[in-house]
Design a protein around this ligand. Sequence first.
Ligand code: ADP
Length: 398
Amino acid sequence: MKILVVNCGSSSIKYQLFLMPEKMVLAKGLLERIGEAEPSLLHTARGLSHRSFVDAPTHESGIDLILTTLTSGPNPALAKIEEINAVGHRVVHGAAEFTDSVLIDDGVLSTIERMADLAPLHNPPNLVGIRATMRFLPGIPQVASFDTAFHATLPSAAHSYSLPYELCERLGVRRFGFHGTSHRYVSWRAAELLGINRSEIHCITCHLGNGCSMTAVRNGRSVDTSMGLTPLEGLVMGTRCGDIDPAILLYLMGHGFSAAALNKMCNKESGLLGISGSSNDMRELEERASAGDRRARLAIDIFCYRVKKYIGAYAAVLGRVDAVVFTGGIGENEAGVRAQCCSDLLLLGIEIDPDRNVLTRGREGEIQSDRSRVKLLVVPTDEEGAIAGDTYQLVRRN
Ligand code: ADP
């Protein structure tokens, strides 16, 4: 079975074509700057990569272009488009409605549409991608995989906010959590690597990329997670602030800031970028910090301090921690950040091995010292592979 996985962002579309159940990647690519100046497509198939400047004014034209690229052009992966048996879509917000991946029908589409209010940057492009794919590939089963689904198992003490109860009930205000496909994949993969049954592993997963979140996993299920009603809560991120005193926003409103300005500030102008004043990219900040940039150093320090606090909090939540798992662009590659997040945690049985840590970049590996009670793992995430797996299971079952 050949399964196309599509991840439509606000101005980009990522895709991967899998041969299932082997999970062999036949092609993958990234279309960037949709609707902006000079959109470009990076397409890889059969070991060859091509970058080209393309015409992609809308997401719909982008999907059309990707489907054409897969079948014709300089580096096709398919003889004809009919070879695609199913499509899996990443959808950011499934709220409480979706606790697992689902086959898409009209009811699912309208529910995702209703969620747009909660994820205005993410759900609308997800939906446009689904609709376009349905139009270009009529009759092909389409599956939605939700970032929120893995966190459907959060107990009420973890998903409820301490605001007036009826208000939260009425407006659906609660913690949903995100990056669920990634937290599920890396926690279950960690269980596999450690020879622990998936339904028994207790671990803390740290997805550290542009967006960052952590999850406490008990017996293979999410029991707490750092993102909340929206992907703004929790860790310091590339441009998002994460946890702050909510009264800061009220204080700033008193100084003339509008809701729209605060929304933009907290989502786009804060985090690593806001603190450093120079970059949201951890690699660049490491370079600047080494060259003596004090604010770049501060941004990294606050980032790591927050991760460390959540490790402590989630150790308390879980009671027993088999592993702490690092993933995402920073978690997979930045040994310095991992070392700082795990520093002085012998109290919790956590100690990193400096050499193993530095040698493990962008690949699976154990990085704890010999006396660390807790395993420390690097596990590159594979959200697309997990979505392809869900799509395969759902299509086979139906
Ligand atoms: P996204 O959340 O957009 O998927 P990524 O998971 O790609 O983001 O993470 C991007 C972050 O990872 C950036 O801060 C970047 O500096 C950092 N990073 C460090 N090393 C690498 C690397 N080798 N490849 C990609 N990102 C890296």
